[in-house]
Every structure is written in structure tokens, then in C-alpha cells.
Design a protein around this ligand. Structure first.
Ligand code: GLY
Length: 377
């Protein structure tokens, strides 16, 4: 199968899903090939609208366009209601909905909504410890001074908002968060903590830990993937070499710890035995991260070839062994993702973000369409 065939199969699934999902949003499956549906109550709704915008950009299909607009419109009401927005994942939600529509067809109301989303995200900024609090209310005993590596993917919304408004406050906070993440979440051997705790008053560094990984000191595969992509995007925004270097080092670590079929297990430190869950979504995220990284590496960079080959090997494996290939009884694109193995929550299922990043990777490869993290040149 070439990229075009694979994209056509995803379109078959998406057209069926538009009918199956109606106005609801898929999050993960729980066995049985069917997505569990949500109603603007989670951090994941943007991935479905993102899939619809990517699919529309590729196909120009009016039916998909109508579905993309309907899904994106519902993000206005979510903002008005402030529904499930008291967390840091506003970047995932609004980059792949309102910002996606703005990037795709310059809709002014969507641009304004995306800026409003950046303002909402700024409410998570804690000026004492100088960080974005990922989870929980301000002053929360467990989470008050806690950052998580996933947040790197929320920062592009802030950098974009600074470009749009001319106000540097968003990008300044994003840079401080990126720097803190680089210094404290990434370890000396290029592996990573999922989360890190700081004193919520003083900002003193306390300790690393995990929420979804195997152990506090282990490397949760998807966290490492968020780092690969997130630091490559931080380099695009800030043009500071340590971010490029960190993305490269984390990518090497990820690739050097893969099993033979080149798709990651759920945690690099979990015992690998018969039946250990994979996380295909982590591998799809890393492919996008590598493609972003390759845009910034000079032609004579010694790692270019290695990363290019890794993209091909990962995509070949995802396409040949994980992809559902338009099978009408399966609602997802990629089998064998894991949400939280530790929490026994969808340990071997479809993940809507895995599907989104798989499609983003395909469109980057086939059309040079890079998703909706930054304004296109
Ligand atoms: N950002 C949450 C996750 O990756 O599961």
C-alpha cells in the first residue's frame, strides 16, 4: 500500500464515522472495534475535528467539510459554557478545531475563538512557581505545582496567539514552560519523566513522577513521544538550538528502545513479555515529531538519514500490522494503542489521537500538510 491508498482507506472509515458519531466525539475504544463517544467532557475532542479538517484538506469532500464545520462550531459553545476547560489541554482542543478552521479557510470567528482559548489556557499559568499547572484547581495539594510533558503540545497555541495579537505574554509563558520541561522532565540519558513536582509557592524543584507510566522513574512511551514532537515545535517557535538538540536526543532514545517491529510498547521500562501492550499512538506521534524535526535539521546533519529511515520503518509497520485499512466494522485507524495501562483504561484499543497523528503523518508525507500547530508559510 502506498500513502495515497492508506489515506483513501482512512477516508472510507471517516465517512462511515461521520454517520456513526453524529454530533458526539470519539475518545478511545473499549474492546469490540467501536469508539466510546463523549460530549465535550474530555481533553480529546479536538482530535476528531482535526481528523475532519485534514480529511477535508485532502479530499475537498463537501460532506466532510460540513462535518468539520459542525464539529468546530460546537467548540464555541464549550467556550461559552467553560465546559471541561479547567486543565492545560486547551491547546489540543482548540489548535485542532478553531485554529484548524482558521488555517484551512481563514474564518475570522474561528481565529478569535482560538485566541480566546489561548487566554483560557493562560489561566493555568501560576506566577509563583512560573509554570502551567496541568491538572486540578489552583492550590490543589497534589497537582498545584505539577507539570507534565504532554503540555509541550499545548504551547504552540500560545506562540500562535502572540503572533496574532502582538502581545508577547503568551509566548513568554510558553518559553518558560518549555525551558522548565527541558531542564526537569528530560533526564541525563535522554529518557523522560511524565510529570515533575515543584513547590507551588517557591517553585523549588521537588521530584519527578508519573501518572500513566509504569513507575515514577520509568519512561512512559507516549510522554517521550510528546517530548520529541513538542521540543521540535518549541524550536520552530523560539529558534533556540537546545530545543532542537533535545528533540533529537529524545528521538534517538525512543528509536533505540523499540522492539523488532518498530512500534513502541507502552512504557520503555515495563517488563516486555508475551501480551505486553503496545502504544501505536506513541509511534504515530513520533513519526510526526521526526517529520517536524527533519524540517529543521540542516542537509548535512549526520542524523538526517537515520531519522528518515525511522519514519519509513515506523510507517511501514503501522500500515502493515496496525492499520484497519477501511474495514467497515472497525471505527479506528490504528489498533493497539494504550490509554492508561497502569489504570487499566483501554490498554489495547483505538485512541483518537493515535488516528489523528497517523493521518497527520500521512498528509505530511503525501502532501506536505503539517497539521494545525502553527501558521503555514
Ligand atoms: N495527554 C494525555 C495522554 O497522552 O494520555
Amino acid at each position: 500500500m502506498n500513502w495515497t491508498d492508506v489515506i483513501e482507506h482512512t477516508l472510507t472509515t471517516t465517512r462511515l464515522n461521520i454517520k456513526r458519531f453524529g454530533e458526539a466525539f470519539p475518545i478511545v475504544s473499549m474492546g469490540g472495534g467501536k469508539y466510546h463517544l463523549t460530549d465535550h467532557t474530555n481533553w480529546t475532542e479536538g482530535f476528531w475535528s482535526g481528523i475532519l479538517w485534514l480529511s477535508y484538506e485532502y479530499s475537498q469532500d463537501p460532506e466532510i467539510h460540513a462535518a468539520a464545520i459542525q464539529a468546530t462550531e460546537s467548540f464555541h459553545q464549550r467556550m461559552i459554557d467553560g465546559q471541561a476547560l479547567d486543565h492545560h489541554d486547551i491547546g489540543f482542543l482548540y489548535s485542532l478545531s478553531a485554529k484548524a478552521r482558521w488555517i484551512t479557510e481563514q474564518d475570522e470567528a474561528s481565529r478569535l475563538l482560538a485566541v480566546e482559548a489561548a487566554d483560557m489556557l493562560m489561566k493555568r499559568w501560576r506566577s509563583g512557581p512560573q509554570l502551567f499547572q496541568a491538572w486540578g484547581p489552583e492550590g490543589d495539594e497534589e497537582n498545584g505545582g505539577r507539570i507534565i510533558i504532554d503540555c509541550l503540545m499545548n504551547l504552540p497555541l500560545l506562540c500562535w496567539a502572540s503572533e496574532q495579537t502582538g502581545d508577547p505574554v503568551y509566548a513568554r509563558a510558553a518559553r518558560t514552560q518549555a525551558e522548565k520541561s527541558r531542564r526537569f522532565l528530560v533526564r541525563g540519558d535522554d529518557s523522560s519523566y511524565h510529570t515533575f513536582y515543584f513547590d507551588p509557592q517557591t517553585g523549588n524543584a521537588l521530584r519527578g513522577g508519573t501518572a500513566q507510566g509504569y513507575q515514577d522513574g520509568s519512561t512512559w512511551t507516549r510522554g517521550q513521544a510528546w517530548g520529541v514532537y513538542g521540543f521540535a515545535l518549541a524550536y520552530r517557535s523560539f529558534q533556540e538550538p537546545p530545543y532542537l538538540e533535545t528533540s533529537k536526543r529524545m528521538a534517538r532514545y525512543f528509536l533505540e528502545h523499540l522492539p523488532a517491529d518498530h512500534v513502541a510498547y507502552w512504557d520503555f521500562d515495563a517488563p516486555q513479555e508475551e501480551g505486553t501492550p503496545r502504544d501505536s499512538s506513541a509511534s504515530a506521534i513520533v513519526v510526526c515529531g521526526l517529520l517536524e524535526l527533519l524540517e529543521h535539521l540542516p542537509e548535512n546533519d549526520p542524523d538526517r538519514e537515520y531519522f528518515r529511515e525511522a519514519v519509513t520503518r515506523s510507517m511501514d509497520s503501522l500500515m502493515n500490522y496496525y492499520f484497519t485499512a477501511g474495514n467497515p466494522s472497525e471505527e479506528g485507524f490504528l489498533r493497539h494503542g494504550s490509554y492508561s495501562v497502569r489504570g487499566n483504561s483501554s490498554p489495547d484499543d483505538f485512541m483518537i489521537w493515535g488516528d489523528y497523528f497517523f493521518l497527520e503523518a500521512l498528509l505530511r508525507l503525501e502532501r506536505g500538510v503539517p497539521g494545525y500547530w502553527y501558521e503555514r508559510g
